[in-house]
Structures are given as structure tokens and as C-alpha cells.
Design a protein around this ligand. Structure first.
Ligand code: BGP
Length: 470
């Protein structure tokens, strides 16, 4: 094998081949054993789309799911803890039954040789805290720190990988769509409010990361953003500038703050021009500078394409929704070179390579993929699901990750979305991502029986060969 062969640098030993889920999308039992209500329990779903009350019912199937994951060969399971199981109202006394659930899950994973990778907060903020002002008020920093510290007390002896907040950037940019944007009580300017909430998340994470390092020097902790590059539609300078704007607004603003403790100038100007700069305390950024996350976890599904705004993006600011652009800064458009999924998401494996080398070059931290996958209307026929389209998608992305490793990117793990079928953020259970099929539909819950898809057996082989057999 010569030095340039694609196999010359395989994935490192101990690479975390895993899979992901989040609490509200997979667990169900949304009001059982003392769990309190979260944003997601209050979210109004489109007509004919299931809510999250039962989801994939992992709460009652976790042993079976862990056994299947072990059979697949997973080295890691990335899941989130529902804040409202630990503290039903977000604060106050620990709910023992909620705490016990994750205790059991973590023990079950460890007994099967699977590393728990735990997200502290994945889109399901407690309504009890929302009623007290939510992320809009400065106290939210203390609430998150207390919650995180409680997780350290409960599970810190066994959990070695922590993720602070899932997709803080998408919560800021697409919060209304995801069901995570709730205006603060005194909100005059929604843009200012959402960036204020975002700022509190920055400071809260900086404190939690430092606390984790202080208490558990061997543990690793980092943020989990959704990182995707925006490409300019043409080489016209104004389109290139539009792509730079979009990349800063979507990616760099967050990582500059969380990794380096720095303010991104492009986003500062954007906010300043709109009277939307967050209120900061003098030492907030000093605190962020001290945080030093151990890795960058990121979710990657697709890439973005944009051009200069031609004046047709008015009104987007008011919705705090940037999918179609931000007035004067960029306008999103279709990439003419990429195919899309059944749900219109661009398929761009090379984009993962592009993202990885940018992250490596800008921040130099280890990289952990915490989501990547294909949402599809899968069909169960005679107990089988032939999801060759998913295998194709994942194989191409793993290949690109390997190319990035070869070039020097320090990947430590890959946890595609999702371990088992679960309820999509807005498209119900019909939009499936899992290696394991969960037999239910939008209205009929049946038994939620589990079936191994073709991708299950394929991923088993990938893991067994440490990513060389795709
Ligand atoms: C990410 C979220 C996940 C998951 C995934 C797929 O943004 O972190 O929670 O939902 O996207 O998205 P969707 O469910 O909209 O298909």
C-alpha cells in the first residue's frame, strides 16, 4: 500500500463508532414517573403528525434497544437527558424516578461495552423555567449550571463524554420552526431577544465546561452545533461575500465564542445595525476564553448555497428565520449540482470533508460527528427494510470523513442519526432515520416492535472493520 492510498490512514484505534438520539424524540413516556412538561410537549404539531408523547417508546424498550445496539457493534450511544425528568419544573428537588431511568440506561450501556455520550440539553427546555423567563433572563445561566452540576453528581463517575447544548445555532436561527423560540416577557425586539438567549447559553456553557474539567479531569466536554458550509452560487464577489456572511452567521459566531472566547465581527455588525446586540457583563468573554472545550461535536446533514440578496428577502428578520436569507446579507438558493433527499435536503458528502478541514484549520480541536443521516419514508415489508439509499448516503459520508482523517483532521468518533427510528422535529415518525425500524405510524402506535434494517447489518460490518469495509 503506498502512502497515497485511500486506506493509508484508517480510523484511529478506539474510534467511537456510535449512533444518536435525543430524549424527546425517542423516549416517549412524556408524563410518566414525574416528568414535567418541556417546550416540545407544548409544541403544536401539523395536522396528521404525531406529537412526542410516545415517540419510539425507548423509555420502556431501553434494554431491548441497548441489546440491539450492542449487536450492531456500537462503541458509543449519543443520547440526551430530559431536563424535565431530572427536575420536572427545571429547578427544585431531583425527581428520583427520572434520575433512576438514566442511571439504568447508563449502566446498561456500560454493561454492553457502549460508551455513553450524553447531551445535557437537546431542544426540550422545562416549561417551569420558561414561565420564569427562560433563556431570556440572566438567571438562566445559573439554572443550567445547577442542572449540569446535578448531572455530574449523578452520572459523572461513569460518563466520560459530555455535550452541553445541541444545535444552539439552529435554536437561534430556526427556533420558531424547531419549537425552541419563546420570546422573553419584555421582548421588544425578537432578534435582540434571541441573541440575548444565545449569549446566556454561551456563558452557561463556559461555566459548565470549566466545572466539568475541575471535577472530572479525565472527562471530555464540548458543544454540539450543526455546522454546514454555505457555498456562493457563482464566483461573483457579491455572492462570495454573501457566503461569508452566511457562514459567520450560521457557524463561526458560535464556535469563535465557544472555542476561543471571541466575538465574531461580521455578526456583531449585523446585530449592531439592527439594535440587537445582546447585553453582556464585563467578564463574560473572559469566562468563555477560559472554557477550552475538549472537542467540537457537530451535526452534519447537508450544505447550503447562497447568493447576494437582490432585495427579495424583506421580512425575514422579523421571523428570526433565515432559511431564505437575511436582508442585505445573503439570499439562500438551490445548489444546482446536488441531489436532494425525499425531504428536499441536499446530499453533499464532500461537504463533510469541506466542513471538517475548515473546523480543523480554524480551531484545531478533535472532531466528533454527533449527527449525520438520511430521513426517508422507509417501508417495512415482511419484517425487512431495504434501505440501500441510507447505506449509500452513510457510506459516502464515512468515506469523506476518512479522506479528512488522511489529510490530518482529528476525528474521534462518528454517531449518525439515528440509532433507532424516532419522531422527527416537525415531520413525525414517517421521516425515519434509524438503523432499527420502530413499528408504529403517525396515529397507530401498535407495539413499537423493533426490526433490523439492512443498514443495521451494513453498519455492523463497517464497525467491525473499523471503517474500511463500506
Ligand atoms: C437535527 C436535530 C435532531 C434531528 C435532526 C433531523 O437538527 O438535532 O434533533 O431532528 O436534525 O431533523 P428532522 O427531524 O427535522 O428531519
Amino acid at each position: 500500500m503506498n502512502g497515497n492510498s485511500p486506506m493509508s490512514k484508517a480510523f484511529p484505534k478506539g474510534f467511537l463508532w456510535g449512533a444518536s438520539t435525543s430524549a424527546y424524540q425517542v423516549e416517549g413516556a412524556s408524563r410518566e414517573d414525574g416528568k414535567g412538561p418541556s417546550w416540545q410537549d407544548e409544541k403544536v404539531m401539523p395536522e396528521g403528525t404525531t406529537d412526542f408523547a410516545v415517540a419510539a417508546d425507548q423509555y420502556h424498550h431501553y434494554k431491548e434497544d441497548v441489546a440491539l445496539m450492542a449487536q450492531m457493534g456500537l462503541k458509543a450511544y449519543r443520547f440526551s437527558i430530559a431536563w424535565t425528568r431530572i427536575f420536572p419544573q427545571g429547578d427544585g428537588a431531583v425527581n428520583p424516578k427520572g434520575a433512576a431511568y438514566y442511571d439504568n440506561l447508563i449502566n446498561e450501556l456500560l454493561a454492553h461495552g457502549i460508551e455513553p455520550v450524553v447531551t445535557m440539553f437537546h431542544f426540550d427546555y422545562p416549561m417551569g423555567l420558561q414561565k420564569k423567563g427562560g433563556w431570556s433572563v440572566r438567571e438562566s445561566i445559573d439554572w443550567f449550571c445547577r442542572y449540569a452540576n446535578t448531572l455530574f453528581d449523578l452520572y459523572g463517575d461513569r460518563v466520560k463524554y459530555w455535550l452541553t447544548i445541541n444545535e444552539q445555532n439552529l435554536q437561534t436561527l430556526y427556533g420558531k420552526l424547531i419549537g425552541t423560540f419563546h420570546a422573553g416577557a419584555d421582548c421588544q425586539n425578537e432578534l435582540q431577544d434571541i441573541y440575548q438567549q444565545n449569549h446566556h447559553m454561551f456563558v452557561a456553557q463556559a461555566r459548565v465546561i470549566q466545572e466539568c474539567h475541575r471535577r472530572f479531569p479525565d472527562a471530555k466536554i464540548g458543544p454540539a452545533l450543526n455546522v454546514a458550509l454555505a457555498y456562493p452560487l457563482t464566483p461573483k464577489t457579491e455572492d462570495v461575500l454573501a457566503a461569508q456572511n452566511y457562514n459567520s452567521i450560521r457557524n463561526w459566531y458560535y464556535l469563535d465564542a465557544l472555542v476561543r472566547g471571541e466575538r465574531n465581527q461580521i455578526v456583531r455588525k449585523y446585530l449592531e445595525d439592527r439594535g440587537a446586540l445582546p447585553i453582556e457583563e464585563a467578564d463574560d468573554y473572559d469566562e468563555m476564553k477560559k472554557a477550552h472545550p475538549d472537542f467540537i461535536a457537530f451535526n452534519y446533514y447537508n450544505s447550503l448555497c447562497c447568493e447576494a440578496d437582490d432585495g427579495s428577502t424583506q421580512g425575514m428578520d422579523a421571523k428570526v428565520f433565515v432559511a431564505r436569507g437575511i436582508k442585505g446579507l445573503f439570499k439562500g438558493c438551490k445548489n444546482p449540482y446536488l441531489e436532494t433527499t425525499q425531504y428536499g435536503w441536499e446530499i453533499d458528502p464532500e461537504g463533510l470533508f469541506a466542513v471538517a478541514r475548515q473546523l480543523q484549520e480554524r480551531y484545531g480541536l478533535p472532531l466528533l460527528v454527533t449527527e449525520n443521516g438520511l430521513g426517508n419514508r422507509d417501508e417495512l415489508v415482511d419484517g425487512r427494510v431495504h434501505d440501500s439509499y441510507r447505506i449509500d448516503y452513510l457510506a459516502k459520508h464515512i468515506e469523506m470523513m476518512r479522506r479528512a482523517v488522511e489529510e490530518g483532521c482529528n476525528f474521534i468518533g462518528y454517531c449518525p442519526w439515528s440509532a433507532v427510528d424516532l419522531v422527527s422535529t416537525t415531520k413525525g415518525i414517517t421521516k425515519r432515520y434509524g438503523f432499527i425500524y420502530v413499528d408504529r405510524d403517525e396515529t397507530d402506535l401498535r407495539q413499537c416492535r423493533r426490526y433490523r434494517k439492512d443498514s443495521f447489518y451494513w453498519y455492523q460490518k463497517v464497525i467491525r472493520s473499523n471503517g474500511t469495509e463500506l
